[in-house]
Design a protein around this ligand. Structure first.
Ligand code: TQI
Ligand code: ZN
Ligand code: ZN
Length: 167
């Protein structure tokens, strides 16, 4: 079953059109942007909210970046595997990915060493950004573990019920 963060934080009802931006210093490739665009649409397909990329990082509602190790928010990354990414509860809008992972972009399930599917992690972290905690349902996007190299990108009915309760 789905869960929420303590006190059930959510984006205010007036904020139905959120913007997102990538940290300019990361020089994010278009292929990565396409993966994120797809990940956002999976959520906007089921709730009355839209997500639009903006070039203005400083004013974006959602700010996405790749970082290695300690990056100043008290939640350092840890190199290959372990923590892959984190996102903070609404309305922080911070979505950080561990730059040391072997990210698979647009990949089919991979047996490459410690491969991590970017879209799977993006969909999961956007769930956190919107206010979902972890789910006890194994098929859910918000289930807290995934096996290395595997891909899980489709919302389960549990994820949909959780997000539709919030929005
Ligand atoms: N990162 C954790 C996560 O996003 C961070 C975290 C731990 C967390 N406890 C939390 C976030 C409680 C919110 C609330 O879950 S992670 C997966 C999965 C991670 C794990 O790197 O462990 C995914 C990130 F589910 F696959 F294991 C993304 Cl998809
Ligand atoms: Zn961080
Ligand atoms: Zn999580």
């Amino acid at each position: 079953h789905y869960s929420f963060f303590p006190n059930m934080p959510r984006w205010p009802p007036s904020r139905t059109d959120l913007t997102y931006a990538f940290l300019p210093a990361n020089q994010i490739e278009d292929s990565v942007k396409v993966v994120f665009a797809r990940a956002f649409v999976r959520w906007s397909d089921v709730i009355p909210m839209t997500f639009t990329e903006t070039a203005s990082f400083s004013t974006a509602d959602i700010r996405i970046g790749f970082f290695s190790g300690d990056h100043g928010d008290g939640e350092p990354f840890d190199g290959v595997l372990g923590t892959l990414a984190h996102a903070f509860s609404p309305p922080s809008g911070l979505l950080h990915l561990d730059g040391d992972e072997n990210w698979v972009v647009n990949g089919s399930p991979s047996t490459a060493y410690a491969a991590v599917d970017l879209e799977s992690v993006a969909v999961h972290e956007i769930g956190h950004l919107l206010g979902l905690g972890h789910s006890s349902v194994e098929e859910a996007i918000m289930y807290p573990t995934i096996s290395t190299g595997s891909r899980r990108v489709e919302l389960a009915s549990d994820d949909i019920q959780g997000i539709q309760y919030l929005y």
